[in-house]
Design a protein around this ligand. Structure first.
Ligand code: RB5
Length: 137
């Protein structure tokens, strides 16, 4: 889990949800609503995935856009900015996304929770999608 101040409240709620779902959650902050810079938190979550400490991540900022841009600069990271449960499901099925990105200022918490549920319960379909994902590098 990682968020800036714009995504802090949502991160807190989604951390509880994931723990309720039985996942061991690593929370890389931020730890308050004080202003911080989203690339710093994207970096921590990306490093945890690259290092094998985490399998998947969630990043939250105000819009979800900054976190997406920051995370997707890294090879092997497929960060999907999702707006509903269908996009979260497709991000896993077709794109093998390893980071779910959400925008606290644009997405209702109930929708965000649906995204989390789908993202963490949907497998990659492989097949023709495997070839396309490989081309991403
Ligand atoms: C912070 O005000 C805001 O810019 C940030 O959370 C995010 O939306 C950036 O993309």
């Amino acid at each position: 889990m990682g968020a800036d101040h714009g995504g802090y409240e949502m991160k807190q709620e989604l951390t509880l949800q994931l723990r309720d779902m039985g996942f061991a959650v690593l929370d890389f902050g931020t730890d308050s609503a004080d202003s911080v810079d989203y690339p710093d938190f994207a970096e921590l979550v990306v490093k945890a995935i690259e290092g094998g400490e985490a399998n998947r991540g969630i990043l939250v900022c105000g819009s979800g856009i900054g976190m997406s841009i920051a995370a997707n600069r890294h090879k092997g990271i497929r960060a999907a900015l999702c707006v509903d449960k269908v996009s979260a499901e497709l991000a896993r099925q077709h794109n093998d996304a390893n980071i779910l990105v959400l925008g606290e200022r644009l997405t209702e918490i109930s929708t965000a929770k649906q995204c989390v549920k789908k993202f963490f319960s949907t497998e990659f379909e492989g097949g023709r999608h495997e070839r396309r994902v490989k081309k991403l590098g």
